[in-house]
Structure formats: structure tokens, C-alpha cells
Design a protein around this ligand. Structure first.
Ligand SMILES: [Mg+2]
Length: 376
């Protein structure tokens, strides 16, 4: 069996309501998918996290190295692609391109073997994965705290038991927003905050001190992803668990984050940090540091399905009789691509989403919809 085709697609949808976070704004959503086809006509889908057109160029660069290879040799192909990219891309979008091809190969391998990806990863520990809602971005609404409170109430009404909001505009503004959201959802729903590295160390420390009474489940990307010492120092000085890793790449990147004792929760993006092959190793490395993994997820149903399969196999640390459930991020911000590009749809039940059972990732792409939204 040989790989006979690798095609990258960029799709785009404009937003009805532009939104922003501490770094930049969105007026559209774009994503890059890849389809890897084998000589018997079976295929797998993958997705890259980051600037879609740049990832597509990366996939085109890597394609000749994977064509003709055996699609079951997923990690052998990964090593070949990584070695070719290493001189130019120890981090960044070429790693995302490898990630996309790798995820497509896991999907394809699952279909060829007639097994869901979770089985290939070692076997699922649960049929449903607890998810948290990511939303609560900033908009130009006249009364932003009230708008955020209403959005948070809607997530609670939909059944989410954990919700993450954006911060990073400034300590006082962020406190005003967080208090409005906590008041809206009450004390029983987990609330997390994500600064997207919008704070200096001293701002992050002051914010952590001020927000502690709101019972925050984790504080994500408090400071620059380059400030490993700042992460570690903040972690020593607050009782709020510190999360990070969505801007980190590969096993070597996570080695630095973990050995520096920077985070309580590691958040690799499967579509960016190296694909399922590499994130499986990152999970193992994190376990050696007694650190739990909650994958970052921001994309289509392909990215989300990869996350469901991975998280279905995780054992939370430390082991004990009554374990908490591991979590997966579920982006709820406006994204028609995410909602329409793949089938079947994902449904929230009791704060959780069922792991697909079909071979591979268990999701397929609507080719007509993709063709309508494709960007050249
Ligand atoms: Mg984040």
C-alpha cells in the first residue's frame, strides 16, 4: 500500500460579529485541511493550527517526502518530515504542516485497519469526554460585561460545566469582566481565564492575587510563552493552577516547559505541536512530570475529533479511587466552518461529547461545502 495523493485546502468564512482577544482580532475564520489518499482510494483528513495559507505552503513543501510511502508507517513518515523541517522550523508553521499530515495519516491508518484512532492510541478509558466551552471573547458591544454575562449564562444553560473566558486587556477591566461572568454562572460551574500572554509578570501576579476569590480553575497563558522563568515564578506564588503550551511545539519544546516546572496543565495543540504522533509522546513526558494535559483545540471537526480520541485515552494524575475527568477545549466562538465542514455533528450531553466510534477519526468532510468556501 502506498500514499498516492496529498492535497491541502484552505477554507474561509466571514464572521457576522468580529471579535478580538488580547493579541489581535478576527473578522473571518480560515483553516487548512489536508487529505491524504492511498492507492486503494481510502483517505484520511488532517488539519493544521495557525495561518492557513502558510500551513498549506508547508504541506506542499513536505508532500514529495510522504508520497509513495506506506500509509501505515505513520511515525516513520513523521520522522522523515521532521528531519526535513528541522533546519528551518524547530517551532512554528512547518510543524503545523507536519501535524496536519500526521493527523490525516492516523485517520487513514484507522480506516485501513478498521479501528477508531482511540484504539490505535492505546485504547479509550471513557466513551464521553468532558468539554469546556471556550468563548467570551471581546467585541465592540456597548456594555461588554453584560454581554459576557449573557453569553456565559447561555453556555451554562446548554449544559457546560466549565467555561473559559478571555482576559489580558488590563487588570481592572479583566476583573470587572470576570466578576460579571462569575456572578452570571454562580459558584458551581468551573471558570477559567486565558490572557493569551497579554500580561507582564507583575500584571499577571497582581491579577492572580485579585482573582483568587472567584475560584478560578486555571489561569492560561499568563505571560509571554518565551518567559519560562516568569511562568515558573508565577506558579510558585499563586494557588491558581497555571496552564500553557498552545504556542509550544514538539517534544523538545514541552521538555523545556515541563522541566522548568512552568505549568500545572500542559496544553499542546494536536494540529500545531506535532500531530497525534508527537502529542502522544508529550502526554507521556507530561506524565513523568506529574502534569495533566488538556489539549488546546481551535479548528474544525477534524481538530476536535483528534482531541476527543486523544483525551478518551488519558489517565488523570495522580491516580486515585475517585478520579476527576480529563477535559478537552470546545471552541464556541462564531465559526461556520467548524459547524458545517464535517459530519456527523458533535452534541453536548451532561457537559460531555461522545467519542466517535467509526474507523479513523470518525468524521468526514462535506466536499461541496469545502469547495464553496475554498480559497486560492
Ligand atoms: Mg488559549
Amino acid at each position: 500500500m502506498k500514499i498516492t495523493g496529498i492535497e491541502a485546502f484552505v477554507a474561509e468564512e466571514r464572521l457576522h460579529t468580529p471579535f478580538y482577544f488580547s493579541q489581535f482580532g478576527f473578522d473571518r475564520r480560515q483553516l487548512c485541511l489536508v487529505r491524504v489518499t492511498a492507492e486503494d482510494g481510502s483517505y484520511g483528513w488532517g488539519e493544521g493550527y495557525g495561518p492557513a495559507k502558510v500551513i498549506r505552503a508547508g504541506i506542499e513543501f513536505l508532500t514529495p517526502l510522504a508520497l509513495g510511502e506506506n500509509p501505515l508507517y505513520v511515525e516513520a513518515i513523521w520522522n522523515k518530515l521532521h528531519l526535513r523541517a528541522l533546519d528551518y522550523a524547530r517551532r512554528g508553521v512547518l510543524v503545523a504542516a507536519i501535524s496536519a499530515i500526521d493527523i490525516a495519516l492516523w485517520d487513514l491508518r484507522g480506516k485501513l485497519l478498521g479501528q477508531p484512532v482511540s484504539t490505535l492510541l492505546g485504547g479509550r478509558r471513557r466513551e464521553q469526554v468532558q468539554v469546556y466551552a471556550t468563548g467570551l471573547y471581546f467585541t465592540e458591544a456597548a456594555d461588554l460585561p453584560a454581554r459576557l454575562a449573557a453569553e456565559a449564562r447561555a453556555y451554562a444553560a446548554q449544559g457546560f460545566r466549565a467555561i473559559k473566558m478571555k482576559v489580558g486587556l488590563g487588570v481592572e477591566t479583566d476583573l470587572r469582566h470576570a466578576r460579571a461572568v462569575r456572578a452570571a454562572i454562580g459558584p458551581d460551574i468551573s471558570l477559567m481565564v486565558d490572557a493569551n500572554h497579554g500580561y507582564s509578570f507583575s500584571e499577571a501576579l497582581r491579577f492572580a492575587e485579585r482573582i483568587e476569590p472567584l475560584n478560578i480553575s486555571f489561569f492560561e497563558e499568563p505571560v509571554s510563552p518565551e518567559d519560562y522563568e516568569g511562568y515558573a515564578e508565577l506558579r510558585r506564588r499563586t494557588s491558581i493552577p497555571i496552564a500553557g503550551g498552545e504556542c509550544e511545539y514538539l517534544l523538545a519544546g514541552f521538555r523545556r516547559l515541563l522541566s522548568g516546572r512552568c505549568v500545572d496543565i500542559a496544553q499542546p495543540d494536536i494540529c500545531g505541536a506535532g500531530g497525534l504522533s508527537e502529542v502522544k509522546k508529550i502526554v507521556a513526558l507530561a506524565a513523568a512530570f506529574q502534569t495533566n494535559v488538556i489539549p488546546h483545540s481551535w479548528g474544525s471537526g477534524i481538530a476536535f475529533a483528534a482531541g476527543l480520541h486523544l483525551v478518551s485515552t488519558l489517565d488523570p494524575l495522580p491516580g486515585r479511587l475517585r478520579l476527576p475527568e480529563p477535559l478537552l477545549e470546545m471552541d464556541r466562538s462564531e465559526n461556520a466552518l467548524r459547524d458545517n465542514l464535517t459530519q456527523p455533528a458533535f452534541h453536548l450531553r451532561d457537559g460531555a461529547v461522545a467519542v466517535p466510534t467509526a474507523p479513523g477519526l470518525g468524521v468526514d468532510v462535506d466536499l461541496d461545502y469545502l469547495a464553496q468556501r475554498a480559497v486560492d
